[in-house]
Write a protein that binds this ligand. Structure first.
Ligand code: G4P
Length: 535
């Protein structure tokens, strides 16, 4: 009885202090730099520069394969955990650059909130838009950090408008920059009604100190000088009159994004951001499984697999499956049911991954991510639970692939290995496999979010399954799942280039070459409903 009460209490404490989030951004906005600075403030690293040194963004594809081999596990798959003022923080890395793939999207399903990082000179960019939409669809809160304030940036009012116009979300600046034309002076903190002055720092290697004081302090009027001071007073007035009001409920529902201005490189504004973000961001929340809502403080253990990282070394087929814990306490060696199967499996080598270093985890809590040794038994979206019967996780959609190819084995005698390999990679989530309606045999259409996934596909089929692939790239760009229609899809009025296919769950999917064909399908077929993610 006492033990139960103790567990409940500990669960409550551990859940309350956890924050699990992903940083979404376009390449070069400064995600690596910001991550590094957050780790710096969390005391996880002493001197900034170590994450960056590991970054592999500028490698060509072939190098990337080599890197994966050497690393065994990719740096981009890392989840970084650190403590800051009583909080336990999990940062989920969202692979970008040529590593951009469905994994990037799926990672967001494991997050409870997102930090949207924007380059102040460039504004809202393509990859940010894609990732934003996934967050929006999930309804998670999004916090915005506008970066590179130490350089000339766009007018902050224009940036706010851009966020609203392009992303369709209202914003509330938590602080406001002073001097945005390359002579950045500092920010005005709207909550504290204080000015925080920028002092340059030592190129951001150590924690920066800032001076704070009330706007009305004559010292600041003098320090800032004109036209900065008057302009600030004017800007703040305008924001107070014309801007949205702050409303935490709206933030938590994903309808309002708090904006912070700062400079990850020089550390300016990073710590105030971290503190306010941690205060506002939600702890691990409930998750909907089939027919049930799983509350994090339930004693029954629940988690789901959102990513599988294969070992690129063909001699070691083992993989690492990443599990997001949703409820209950995880202890090393515990036994769970896999997606309601009959046999219990023992989780004996749970790992926590901090960049390259792997560490055995003794216990973990809701919100935490652990890497599990996978001899080939896990699939993306699998549920692990101590309950039997257990509810199943259903929140893992297929995300919009942007590249498509027809694939078949060069040697038709290799049919069996080919099918096995394709199914395996589809379960790992490396590729999406479609079968074109009315076309049988050994031909499939595969879709991927990133081009690199085709190289991985070819490489792995050859090395792990000994199958040489014939890959014919298609000009198609969009997959849309058919949500409702009374008609047989073959009877739809579609442009000649549109392909009708079925996904691995036999749901119908239309594959389009361009937006025009999508519009055609919508216009010519009354009542047709298309979705860019699967059910
Ligand atoms: P990413 O992970 O989002 O791709 O971005 P990353 O942190 O690598 O940053 C991209 C570039 O932007 C880097 O410059 C980085 O130093 C710079 N950067 C990041 N934050 C700031 C900032 O607050 N202010 C300014 N001025 N620059 C910033 P690089 O030239 O590509 O690399 P490096 O020479 O710094 O290594």
């Amino acid at each position: 009885m006492h033990l139960m009460a103790d567990l409940k209490k500990e669960l409550h404490e551990q859940v309350k202090r956890r924050r699990t989030f992903a940083i979404i951004s376009h390449p070069d906005a400064g995600k690596t730099t910001l991550t590094e600075k957050l780790l710096l403030y969390g005391g996880a690293i002493n001197l900034a520069g170590s994450v960056k040194a590991r970054k592999a963004k500028k490698y060509a594809v072939s190098d990337w394969m080599e890197i994966e081999k050497q690393r065994g596990i990719s740096v981009t798959s890392s989840v970084m955990q650190f403590e800051y003022k009583g909080y336990c923080i999990n940062i989920l890395d969202t692979p970008g650059h040529q590593d951009f793939s469905e994994d990037t999207y799926r990672t967001l399903v494991a997050a409870d909130s997102a930090v949207m990082l924007i380059d102040g000179a460039k504004g809202v960019e393509a990859q940010t838009i894609k990732l934003f939409h996934v967050c929006k669809m999930r309804g998670i809160p999004i916090f915005t950090f506008i970066n590179k304030l130490d350089r000339a940036i766009k007018n902050p009012f224009d940036l706010m408008q851009e966020i609203e116009d392009v992303l369709g979300i209202r914003s509330y600046p938590m602080n406001w920059p002073i001097g945005t034309d390359g002579d950045f002076k500092g920010v005005y903190n709207r909550k504290l009604k204080q000015i925080e002055l920028f002092t340059g720092g030592n190129h951001g290697q150590t924690i920066v100190e800032s001076k704070a004081g009330s706007v009305d302090d004559p010292v600041f009027r003098e320090l800032l000088g004109e036209p900065y001071y008057s302009r600030l007073v004017e800007d703040i007035e305008l924001l107070n009159i014309a801007g949205d009001d702050f409303n935490l409920k709206e933030v938590l529902e994903g309808n309002l994004t708090p904006i912070f201005f700062g400079s990850a490189m020089t550390n300016f504004g990073v710590e105030p951001f971290l503190e306010e973000f941690l205060e506002m961001a939600p702890p691990p929340g409930e998750r909907v499984f089939t027919d049930t809502v799983i509350e994090p403080e339930m004693e029954e253990f629940y988690g789901f697999i959102f990513k599988i990282q294969a070992n690129m070394n063909p001699n070691h087929r083992d993989r690492v499956a990443f599990l997001r814990i949703c409820s209950g306490k995880f202890t090393k060696g515990m036994e769970v049911y896999l997606s309601n199967g009959n046999k219990k499996i023992r989780l004996s080598q749970p790992q926590q991954i901090m960049a390259q270093e792997r560490e055995i985890v003794e216990e973990a809590w809701p919100g935490d991510i652990i890497g599990l040794y996978d001899p080939g038994i896990f699939k993306i979206g699998d549920t692990l639970s101590t309950a039997k019967p257990s509810a199943l996780f259903t929140g893992m959609p297929m995300f919009p692939a942007e590249h498509f190819a027809r694939i078949s084995p060069k040697d038709t005698m290799k049919r069996k290995q080919f099918l096995k390999g394709i199914m395996q990679l589809s379960e790992e989530g490396t590729i999406q496999v479609f079968r074109q309606v009315d076309i049988g045999g050994e031909e499939f259409i595969v879709g991927a979010v990133g081009m690199l996934q085709f190289d991985v596909l070819e490489h792995r089929l050859l090395h792990e399954y000994n199958v040489e692939l014939k890959v014919v790239m298609l000009p198609h760009k969009f997959a849309r799942w058919l949500v409702t229609t009374d008609k047989d899809p073959r009877d739809l009025n579609l442009t000649s280039s549109t392909l009708i296919a079925q996904d691995k769950n036999e749901q119908y999917v239309l594959i389009f070459e361009n937006q025009w064909s999508i519009d055609w399908a919508k216009e010519k077929n009354k009542g047709i409903e298309l979705s860019d993610v699967s059910g």
